[in-house]
Design a protein around this ligand. Structure first.
Ligand SMILES: Cc1cc2nc3c(=O)[nH]c(=O)nc-3n(C[C@H](O)[C@H](O)[C@H](O)COP(=O)(O)O)c2cc1C
Ligand code: SF4
Length: 523
């Protein structure tokens, strides 16, 4: 009987040696005359266990990890001695049944339901697990019915601003134009984030399906995925999947015999954080320098090449097939308040168990850390957690009970953003982190407006003076005023949100600014 082993081709696993491991298994099998089929799946998102390999058994898939090429011989012995005789594995890297691993079992995977299970470029695998069901249903609906389903799902944009997706789609649908576009924002620049990449590398047909449905909903026949060039494996997998979808009639002219057409292409960005901002992205997509545009007009009305355009994040579009195939209620039932559905959180930084954690909105950050992180990698106590990327607040320990939902975070002067969670231990210096936030803005600012371009440069200088104990009280006041100016005067969120991490650093960690605690509230 053919033995089936799954070895990820996803970039984290590959960077940790998955290709070498696959080669070692092939080599071992050919030398020992074993009938072995290696399937290059996506990742389950349990990064500390990568490369995590899985063997198919009658009970389900059994996992081993993290596996090196040198482990292959002993793992094969464990498989043939134990697993093949229906005995429990006893190898030190054996993790048991994959589905029983606590990190996975505690999650609610809607968007990531197929990740790591399927071969990302196997259309048969995708179809076997509800693939293109949402598209088939959408093809039978009117454009308004699709938009209404998205509105009713409560889905909000996962790129950062949490704008209701259905409302954006309604605006583009209602716009009168001969040409409309769908743009998928796959620039994923936030620190500690990787969920978009995992979608593209593990389940690309889901994203393609979501984009086609968006096209049907608003009357667009051309889509672009704006992908950061730092994701070469995602690019390769997307190109393969788009080709397969074209050949199978899901893309191109007359999709699924419906008479409707939709074309999709990937465009690579050039490593600029600001090109994730939707209007700078559109400029870049048009072949110009990535500079932020004034709004209005909204991209929904005058977007790519001046035409009505949906710009949505990968995760927003990836949620659409589930919503359309299972119904808005099935999605809407998860979550809390106005934050509906699930968010794929990305746990990174100083933790033992970094990875992808998809949960309904509403549990607390503390619970997430307790349930999944495994503690800090350094074994030192946690001091701060930055949520929502480089423009998100640094949260101290006494704020970790905030529920993970958009409104609760906003009330705490923080942002959930794209769901990135970066943990710092007690060796971090929050003054240095505040300086880093300002410096990040210096480097990444598009330069169009003064509060951001010049303000961030002055911000670095002021923080340096505080650090050097030069007229500390005066400079703290100046830093606070500068934050006000950046918030009030910046054209886009790059400049207006940079004060969020800076202020959280000096308000919640005053000791690092050499401030007595009672003097710390500079709002
Ligand atoms: C500086 C800056 C960087 C951004 N980077 C990204 C990004 O990498 N990916 C993304 O989807 N949205 C990013 N956004 C948000 C986009 O401007 C936009 O709100 C989003 O693509 C809309 O999609 P959504 O409604 O599905 O979230 C960024 C915004 C700013 C201000
Ligand atoms: S806030 Fe910064 S990034 Fe945004 S438009 Fe102004 S200069 Fe450009």
């Amino acid at each position: 009987m053919t033995m089936k082993i799954f070895i990820p081709r996803e970039s984290t696993a590959v960077s940790l040696g998955a290709h070498d491991v696959a080669q070692a298994f092939t080599h071992y099998a050919s030398h020992h005359d074993i009938d072995l089929k290696i399937i290059r799946n996506g990742s389950r998102g349990l990064f500390w266990l990568e490369p995590m390999i899985e063997i198919e058994t009658a009970q389900g898939r059994m996992a081993y990890g993290p596996v090196a090429s040198s482990d292959v011989e002993s793992i094969m012995a464990d498989i043939t001695d134990n697993i093949c005789h229906e005995k429990p594995p006893c190898h030190t890297l054996a993790l048991g049944l994959t589905e029983e691993i606590g990190y996975l079992k505690k999650q609610t995977r809607l968007t990531f339901a197929r990740a790591g299970i399927i071969d990302p470029v196997s259309l048969d695998d995708y179809l076997a697990l509800d693939g293109f069901k949402g598209l088939q249903k959408s093809l039978a609906l009117s454009t308004q019915e699709i938009v209404t389903a998205v509105v009713e799902s409560g889905l909000r944009g996962r790129g950062g601003a949490a704008f209701p997706t259905g409302i954006k789609w309604q605006t583009v649908r209602d716009a009168v134009a001969e040409q409309k576009y769908i743009v998928c924002n796959a620039d994923e620049g936030d620190s500690g984030t990787f969920a978009d990449k995992l979608v593209m590398e593990c389940d690309p047909f889901m994203l393609i399906e979501g984009i086609i449905i968006a096209g049907l909903a608003v009357g667009a026949n051309q889509g672009y995925i704006y992908l950061r060039s730092e994701y070469p494996i995602a690019d390769e997998i997307l190109q393969q999947a788009i080709k397969i979808a074209n050949e199978a009639g899901y893309l191109g002219d007359n999709i699924c015999g419906s008479g409707k057409s939709f074309n999709l292409e990937v465009r690579l960005g050039a490593e600029a954080y600001i090109c994730g901002e939707e209007t700078a992205l559109l400029e870049s997509l048009e072949g110009k320098r990535g500079m932020v545009r004034f709004k209005p007009p909204l991209p929904a009305l005058e977007g790519l090449f001046g035409k009505p355009t949906i710009v949505n994040n990968v995760l927003s579009l990836a949620a659409i097939p589930f919503i359309m195939s299972q119904g808005s209620q099935a999605y809407q039932q998860y979550g809390t308040n106005r934050s509906r559905g699930t968010l794929p959180f990305q746990l990174a930084g100083n933790v033992k168990q970094g990875g992808l954690i998809e949960l309904p909105f509403g549990s607390s950050l503390q619970d997430l850390i307790d349930d999944f992180s495994g503690g800090t990698a350094s074994d030192r106590p946690i001091k701060a957690i930055q949520v929502g990327g480089p423009l998100g607040a640094y949260l101290p320990l006494n704020k970790l009970d905030i529920p993970l939902d958009y409104e609760a975070f906003s009330q705490a002067s923080a942002v959930l953003g794209h769901g990135g969670i970066v943990v710092f231990d007690d060796s971090v210096d929050m003054l240095e982190q505040a300086r880093f936030s300002m410096e990040f803005c210096v480097v990444e600012s598009c330069g169009k407006c003064t509060p951001c371009r010049i303000g961030s440069t002055r911000g670095v200088e002021v923080i340096d003076r505080i650090k050097n104990n030069e007229r500390r009280a005066e400079n703290m006041t100046l830093l606070n005023d500068l934050c006000d100016t950046m918030i009030d005067g910046s054209l886009c969120a790059m400049g207006s949100m940079t004060p969020i991490p800076v202020r959280s650093a000096y308000n919640d960690f005053p000791q690092d600014f050499y401030l007595p605690t009672q003097e710390s509230n500079h709002d």
